[in-house]
Design a protein around this ligand. Sequence first.
Ligand code: PMP
Length: 451
Amino acid sequence: MTGTIDLNMVNAYIPGRADVGAKTAATISRRDRLLGPAYRLMYERPLHIVRGEGAWLIDEDGRRYLDVYNNVTSLGHCHPRVVEAICKQVATLATNTRYLHDTILELAERLIASVKGTDLAHLMLTCTGSEANDLAYRIAKVRTGGTGIIVTDTAYHGFTDAVSQFSPSLGMSVDLGAHVRMVPAPRVYHAQGIDMAERFTRDVAAAIADLKRHGIKPAMLIVDSVFTSDGILPDPAGFLQGAVQAIKDAGGLFVADEVQPGFGRTGEHMWGFQRHNVVPDIVTMGKPMGNGQPIAGLLVTHDAVAQFGRDSRYFNTFAGNTVSCAAAIAVLDTIEQEGLIAHAARTGAALRDGIAALAARHEAIGDVRGVGMFVGVELVKDRVTRAPDRETTSRVVNLLRDKGILLSGCAMGHNVLKIRPPLVLNSQQVDMVIQGIDESLAEAALGMTSG
Ligand code: PMP
């Protein structure tokens, strides 16, 4: 890794910036030697985590960190119900989708039931969210005969060759495809007085027209329905409707990428798109689906996938294996039995309100927004220009890490604190996060004035 700031990560570890101690330095150089130059570490002083438990991560020295960033282990680290389901299944049978097995069918029934009232009728499984979006694109191309893709300007949808071409948040050195058009993300805070539904619809319609003008038939509009990497932009509820209609009218599909908001994080529904009252042709999902066990996939309408299914065979060695399916079923059971969607709504609101109250004494807080267990805190240089304050954001992320609270940043200006705790966060932990942000903002402001 070079000594320059990695433009794609507000919280990247930058060699030489902070004293990490001899032991950590030795592990970092071993890692660099063995894993090569493409991996990144988080925080100025990277963490060496050895254990997880609920919302806590524990490092090699036994220090505990409150993890309010990890939406993979969305039920909390090592949730006993998921651990038990994995252990039981792995001790019984771990095999693939070329044999009949009930776990995948039970999982499909459960997930299809979660989108009742739509035409989403089939479940196809992958191992990662990237693969799910890659598969969605293949299906969309076959269904529409087109190749054009519309995404928001700081979107992330995954790492494969095809998907990185429609993941502009990867930065300027990763090429966008010639068949990809970007629309501005719905940054309500920077577009005051504008009707976001109207503007977003207009931008998507213009992107469709531009694709057609270049002889490219639209295949799909794909959005993360809470616009995570764009800066956590869930509002106003319903603003996606016109854009979804526009892509459907143009013969393209609407793909809701639920890798981030899915599985109850919004505190309202199982899926983020339901907040907008729109019906996708494909819903992709991943991260929290197995609470750490790698499982991802998509729900798709029969109409969208019929020809793809006739023409191509789908097999993905590990995807849909019995162990991952058992984990995903345990995740669904836990969300239901622990009432985690309602809990996410209540606790997430307390977190947002608490942070919003801090704005009275911290000028840097420009906007506090989110839905359920998803909170974005936009930090600005001043509240009039709303200019992004990347430096303070990076400082606060690292100060919080030193206080034992883990979160990160996002958005085009790298100036939005991204807070995405496990759904089981409790009110005492909410208070810790609020207090930590309060102290870190104060210390960051002092550091800035004293140079
Ligand atoms: N879509 C979104 C919205 C994501 O945030 C991510 C991962 N951050 C992906 C897709 C890709 O998922 P994975 O890392 O499992 O390939």
